[in-house]
Design a protein around this ligand. Structure first.
Ligand code: ZN
Length: 366
């Protein structure tokens, strides 16, 4: 295990050591885990990378787990990269154990909770993350408490209940639910999970896998639906790491897609701002990306600019059309994931493109 500390995505200040830290002590910004890349590079075995089939835990060298052999895992990752024509691929995360990309992050977060001897975890979620945390907590024998905004999809609440999670109404918006989950953690000592450094680390494996599945080639564009932006920033971080490790030699253009009724990052990108301004009255059927005040907003904006990427908003109508168009190619996507395809159709980026479809189509009523 090569983790050595943390760095703030917003103000750049560092924290040494591997004790869990959730937010920057100076500015409250999101943190990322920093590794000893020289040691990682020296110990890294490219042959292993080439010949092992892709799966989340294959990339444990880039995860902060102290005991990867004891990880809480259900074989997440290893999801198909599907060619849909026109030099375009879909990374279909809907086939993860709970039907969404969140399982990669949950596997790392719950493994860390187990390493730390925690008995209860809490998180705020529009649905997918809560269901995923609930599943991995159940597997680890840990109690899960999930704060959900009013717009959470009933089918996701049902999934959480089956896994045995306690669901708490968190209010109208995601940021309200998030605030309540933090208060709950402070009051009870429950281990807080969600869009924090360990989840970000877990989500990186999507990018490692894409490169692996393309025989170590780098696509020209990666299109990602953005709510809190953790997957987006994780993808950027993973490519920087793969450059350090000599696996790739360049960064793809990273393209963020949001719903026009809740597009704080697209707005900030267009206005050339470094931080996203919260949306007062978010409104979209794409509930999984309905994040009014994105946790990793500053990181996403940096990642878009550094990768010479782009950000685009699509209407709910365009997302429904995109869901239908993807289904006609055999890919059944959650509406919030179909937004990424809608964004791709709107921008038509040149070159090889990978679109990350974050969740399966059964996850909503549309
Ligand atoms: Zn900071």
């Amino acid at each position: 295990m090569f983790a050595i500390g943390y760095r703030c995505m917003d103000c750049g200040s560092g924290v040494k050591g591997t004790e869990p830290v959730f937010k920057c002590r100076h500015c409250g910004g999101s943190l990322e885990v920093i590794y000893d890349y020289e040691r990682m590079h020296a110990d890294f075995i490219p042959m292993q990378f080439r010949y092992m089939p892709p799966t989340h835990m294959k990339y444990h060298f880039a995860l902060p787990l102290k005991k990867p052999h004891n990880a809480v895992t259900m074989g997440e990752g290893g999801t198909p990269l599907i060619n849909i024509g026109d030099n375009t691929y879909v990374k279909y995360e809907g086939v993860n154990p709970t039907g969404a990309f969140k399982d990669r992050g949950s596997s790392v977060e719950i493994s860390m909770a187990v390493e730390l001897g925690k008995k209860q975890v809490v998180c705020a979620s529009t649905g997918n993350m809560g269901a995923s945390i609930a599943a991995y907590a159940a597997r680890a024998g840990i109690e899960a408490v999930i704060f959900t905004p009013d717009f959470a999809e009933p089918v996701k609440l049902k999934q959480m209940k089956y896994y045995g999670a306690k669901i708490v109404k968190g209010g109208k918006t995601y940021s309200e639910a998030l605030r309540k989950s933090v208060e709950y953690a402070q009051k009870t000592g429950a281990y807080i999970t969600g869009d924090y450094p360990y989840r970000l680390e877990g989500q990186k494996t999507v990018a490692y896998e894409i490169v692996d599945q393309m025989n170590l080639a780098v696509p020209d564009n990666i299109v990602i639906p953005v709510g809190n932006g953790t997957l987006f920033y994780a993808t950027y971080k993973a490519f920087n790491e793969m450059k350090c490790l000599g696996i790739v030699d360049r960064m793809p253009r990273l393209i963020a897609v949001q719903a026009s009724g809740c597009a704080p990052i697209v707005n900030a990108f267009r206005k050339n701002m470094e931080k996203a301004e919260p949306i007062r009255k978010p409104e979209t059927i794409a509930s999984a990306i309905n994040c009014d005040d994105p946790v990793d907003g500053a990181g996403v904006l940096k990642a878009i600019r550094k990768s010479k990427g782009d950000a685009v908003a699509v209407s709910d109508g365009q997302s429904i059309e995109a869901k239908l168009a993807l289904a006609k190619k055999g890919v059944y996507a959650e509406i919030s994931s179909a937004t990424a395809y809608a964004g791709y159709l709107k921008l038509k980026p040149r070159g090889t493109t990978v679109i990350v479809i974050t969740g399966v189509g059964f996850k909503d009523k549309y």
